[in-house]
Design a protein around this ligand. Sequence first.
Ligand code: HEC
Length: 157
Amino acid sequence: MRTHRISGLPLLLFLSLAACSDPPSVAPARPGVPGSGPHGLDAAAVARGAGIFRQHCASCHGDRAQGALAWNQPGADGKYPPPPLDGSAHAWHHSYSWLKDTIRQGTVNRGGGMPAWSGTLSGADIDAVIIYFQSLWPEEIYQAWLDIDRRARKAAR
Ligand code: HEC
């Protein structure tokens, strides 16, 4: 029974990846229908996201997304340093669409220190990088985030 129910998922995931649509082209793991990565995330997207993260994000956010040491203290310029994205800071309080928009637009235009990524990374690249840093989150943080994201999606409808 169970095997039967989940058999269409790889195709679905492939189609949603290929569609590169907006909102998220890669759905977060669905409870009970796991991929083979952490939290049931798509392992291939995690691996792809890890490469993108190393290339574009690690210089500021740290090679394991651990953030700057005093990330919650504004610097002399009044700007906050890069926070951890590994589940130990605030990133998990935000919906998928907030995370994606923030990465796309950066924070310079609201007085922060992160450049925009929309000119460098595709929507699918940004999905993969989010999936990568989510794969670093402890399971209970990821589950709490799923609730937050579900509520945000409901409110947006
Ligand atoms: C030049 C340094 C720099 C680079 C490179 C950079 N960031 Fe950031 N990022 C920041 C800073 C600084 C902040 C905090 C922004 C603020 O307070 O305005 C931030 C904030 C964020 C946030 C919001 C986190 C939260 O908890 O609110 C996310 C998500 C994020 N970055 C993801 C990424 C990703 C993904 C990449 C690579 C594609 C990346 N960043 C590359 C500096 C950087």
